[in-house]
Write a protein that binds this ligand. Structure first.
Ligand SMILES: *Cc1c(COP(=O)(O)O)cnc(C)c1O
Length: 500
């Protein structure tokens, strides 16, 4: 098998093995690790169609994580994709109203982040062993709501690690917040910040590139890593479910071998859709990558004009996990369409952090034809939830509804009849209030957990364990800090309150 090495999008003179890239998370120069080539699938689609989720996970991940042994990788996979998921299929496909919904929310925290964050701790611990790391790994994470809980659940009580999560105090759903602040585990910390997700993400990136702090903490026996989607250890497991979805459709004879499908992804930080792009580049027959945004439509504007501009009002929407103006993973695509030119990419990224915008060249823009971007307003999102429910009885969450609504626009725009998979990124139970209000305004006055039971009734689905658990769980985390105090808060936490 061809060895795949990783280099930074801002300086590709140095290359590291996958396990080193996973341990570091973000490169020292602020860039993201990218594979030096995208490997091709070495099994036929027919062969993949015979496999289960865990087997496909191995076939995909072995091609990227080439310094992991077969035993190591299979061990990580079997620990991750087990009974934490409430279905053996791991990621079931549901047909509704003209599209296949790929349900990525059957893991412990009922959002698609579980797909990668249930394996990341195992990849990280394995990487630490392989590299003789003696320090405790401190996972620092900024969350727009779902990553935080999924990372907490993944790393809680994992030996040799601590996890600190920052979330925007007023920018997540009540259930998302309750899920996080009730997290158990001696090695966990959860902090609300006065600021939005971009502030949290920027703060975490600054802590990562703070050399002095790094030295100070290393002396205390700590090193930092990241559970955000900038970590290659999250991106690679996300490629798996696109291959799995295709294999399932082929196995069930819904498509013929080699037939192209479209993929629609509700997008925030651009991690999930980038994974689909990598899957396509591995040889998976994907036609269009449809990038769906909510009212924070930076990406829609970017695909239309080639201009990325974050200088705009940050809108708090009913799909908070997509309320993002700086889509970190887009950098990996920019690097690629710049011809793997790290200098050019670094220039654009410095324009982004300086003036808040950059413009790509016509040559670069010409390489974006695989992508179609559009967005859904708050009203369109809620209308789509109701429409789909009225037509089919199927209830989707607000993020998935953004994707579904954009897919309807895409069909109107293009008359493209290609079979399509919509990434369904969260359980409707995670955003119960918005979902139920979309279906009928009469639910507005009902308390949160009554709404949960009502959703269970009208949608004819059991209340997920993740929700049952937090009904009565005590709040264990209550730190709130200003966005300017994140570094100090991290030092305080590592210096005292957590036990070793
Ligand atoms: C994180 C998240 C998204 C956005 O995914 P990205 O990889 O950041 O683009 C969409 N929907 C839900 C429910 C999420 O949790």
């Amino acid at each position: 098998m061809k060895e795949v090495l990783y280099s930074s999008t801002r300086d590709n003179s140095k290359k590291v093995q996958a396990s080193k890239a996973i341990l570091k998370g973000l490169s020292e120069d602020g860039g993201l690790f990218v594979p030096d080539s995208i490997p091709e699938l070495d099994k036929t689609l027919k062969e993949l169609a015979e496999m289960n989720y865990q087997e496909i996970a191995y076939e995909v991940m072995k091609l990227f994580l080439t310094d992991f042994t077969e035993e190591e990788l299979k061990d990580c996979i079997s620990r991750a994709y087990d009974s934490k998921f409430d279905t053996e299929e791991i990621a079931p496909l549901v047909w509704a109203d003209g599209a296949y919904y790929l349900e990525l929310f059957h893991g412990a925290t009922i959002a698609f982040k579980d797909m990668a964050l249930s394996i990341l701790p195992h990849l990280m611990i394995t990487s630490a062993k392989k590299n003789n790391v003696k320090e405790q790994i401190v996972i620092l994470t900024a969350t727009s709501g779902d990553t935080g809980k999924a990372a907490l659940a993944g790393f809680a009580d994992v030996e040799g690690t601590k996890i600190i999560v920052f979330y925007p105090k007023n920018g997540v759903s009540p259930i998302q917040e309750k899920q996080m602040v009730t997290q158990k585990g001696k090695n966990t910390a959860v902090i609300g910040i006065h600021g939005n997700f971009d502030d949290a993400q920027t703060g975490v990136k600054q802590i990562f590139s703070d050399k002095e702090l790094e030295k100070e903490l290393r002396e205390q026996g700590y090193i930092f890593s990241s559970a955000n989607s900038i970590n290659i250890g999250r991106l690679v497991p996300q490629i798996v479910y696109y291959v799995y979805a295709y294999a399932k459709l082929l196995g069930e004879e819904k498509i013929s071998e080699g037939e192209k499908i479209n993929v629609v992804v509700p997008t925030g930080n651009f991690g999930n859709i980038l994974a689909a792009f990598y899957a396509k580049n591995m040889g998976l027959p994907i036609a269009k990558l449809i990038c769906a945004s909510n009212e924070n439509k930076v990406l829609y504007d970017f695909f239309k004009t080639g201009n990325y501009n974050r200088n705009r009002e940050f809108v708090l929407t009913s799909s908070p996990s997509m309320d993002i103006l700086i889509s970190s993973n887009l950098e990996r695509l920019i690097y690629r369409i710049a011809g793997n030119d790290a200098v050019k990419n670094a220039e654009l990224m410095s324009a982004l952090s300086g003036g808040g915008s950059y413009q790509i060249s016509d040559e670069m823009k010409a390489q974006l034809t695989d992508f179609y971007g559009n967005y859904a307003s708050e009203e369109e999102t809620s209308d789509r939830i109701k429409e789909l429910y009225d037509n089919t009885g199927y209830v989707i969450d607000t993020h998935t509804a953004v994707a579904s609504s954009v897919y309807e626009k895409y069909k109107k725009d293009t008359h493209d009849e290609t079979k399509t998979v919509i990434a369904s990124t969260a359980s409707p139970f995670k955003f119960t209030r918005s979902v139920m209000n979309a279906i009928d305004k009469k639910y507005d006055s009902m308390p949160d957990f009554e709404l949960v039971d009502e959703l269970s009734k009208i949608g004819n689905v059991e209340v997920p364990m993740a929700i049952e658990e937090i009904r009565t769980a005590p709040v264990l985390h209550n730190i709130v800090c200003d966005k300017s105090e994140m570094k100090k808060t991290v030092k305080d936490i590592l210096g005292s309150s957590m036990e070793d």
